[in-house]
Design a protein around this ligand. Structure first.
Ligand code: SAH
Ligand code: AVI
Length: 310
């Protein structure tokens, strides 16, 4: 693969500041998407199972709110796992539009969805959803657009970008449209830290795979064995800080740029924000939404929220 020069510039830029950082979107090459699917099966990673249970327990109410002949536009669809629950229950869907950056994984998932739901028009879009992208036009004219953003992927963005994303979704939803979104909640820090430090080491492999991805596709030469995974929850900021920590004074190259990294210095690879219901409602309101309905599990670990346009 020939690296995109703008992307290369952005990666170099992120590594050039006093806090080295790489965007979490580089987790998701084909291997990274597989590893993320493994994470969703881990006993410590409560997010996926809890969200799935919330979907299953409340699917009738959710389907009713979505209504008939909607176009379902999913941001960061991955394996479309939770979407299957929705697709089984939504009547006369106009189209399903999964949007994801991980090309092979998106197309493989879209093929599976087509096979399982042959009556639904599936229109996958390979795109970085933080940048402008065009949506396809379904054959059947949708009555409304429902943007679906599960998994609490919103939490992987810092406040300003999360706000910009919510505004884009507000626009994509259009008149009469809505947003169905998975939002992870603040809770006992031990539960959160365990979810990002699993005993099988899959999250560590997922984090380190980012360096392998950059080596393979972006002309980098990281010595992957000289970095370790670290994930700490900062309750004051309500976010997990996920990093790759250098195990030696070393250097690496990417394209024509050369970087030094000290023993113990960290590259920030991801934040995973956890929200309060009030904090998220404030963000939603600022982006032009009203929180119409919140579903949660009994322990209030996770929420699925239905937001309509003001
Ligand atoms: N929605 C799924 C997957 C969540 S993992 C679930 O809830 O389980 C995050 C997904 O978002 C991955 O499939 C990843 O490829 C995609 N993704 C991450 N950053 C992205 C970006 N900037 N643009 C498009 N897709 C992105
Ligand atoms: C996709 N996203 C919501 C995951 C999360 O929990 O923040 C990504 C992840 N990173 C490490 N484990 C999972």
């Amino acid at each position: 693969m020939t690296p995109d020069t703008t992307e290369l510039e952005q990666i170099v830029d992120g590594l050039s500041g006093s806090q080295k950082q790489i965007s979490p979107k580089y987790f998701y090459d084909e291997r990274g998407s597989q590893l993320f699917d493994e994470i969703t099966q881990l006993p410590e990673y409560y997010l996926t199972n809890t969200e799935l249970a919330i979907m299953r327990d409340n699917i009738d109410a959710m389907s009713e709110l979505v209504g008939k002949q909607a176009s379902l536009i999913e941001f960061g669809s991955g394996s479309s796992l939770k979407t299957r629950v929705l697709l089984e229950h939504l009547s006369e869907l106009a189209a399903y539009v999964p949007v994801d950056i991980s090309r092979e994984h998106l197309h493989a998932s879209a093929d599976e969805i087509r096979e399982r739901f042959p009556h639904i028009e599936v229109l996958p879009v390979v795109a970085d959803f933080t940048q402008p992208f065009a949506l396809p036009t379904p054959i059947v004219m949708p009555i409304r657009n429902i943007v679906y953003f599960p998994g609490s992927t919103i939490g992987n963005f810092e406040h300003e970008i999360a706000m910009a994303l919510l505004r884009v979704m507000h626009q994509e939803a259009g008149k009469g449209g809505a947003l169905l979104i998975g939002v992870d909640l603040q809770k006992d820090p031990t539960i959160i830290e365990n979810a990002y430090n699993d005993s099988a080491g899959i999250t560590a492999e997922f984090n380190l795979n980012m360096l392998q991805h950059l080596n393979r596709d972006y002309g980098a030469n990281f010595d992957v064995d000289e970095f370790v995974h670290r994930a700490n929850y900062d309750p004051s900021k309500g976010r997990v800080v996920i990093e790759l920590v250098s195990q030696a004074d070393q250097s690496f190259e990417i394209g024509d740029a050369r970087f030094n990294i000290a023993d113990g210095e960290a590259i920030l690879t991801e934040y995973s924000h956890k929200y309060t219901l009030d904090g998220f409602a404030e963000m939603a309101n600022e982006a032009g939404f009203v929180v119409e309905k919140i579903w949660m599990d009994a322990e209030k670990l996770f929420s699925v929220q239905f937001l309509t346009r003001k």
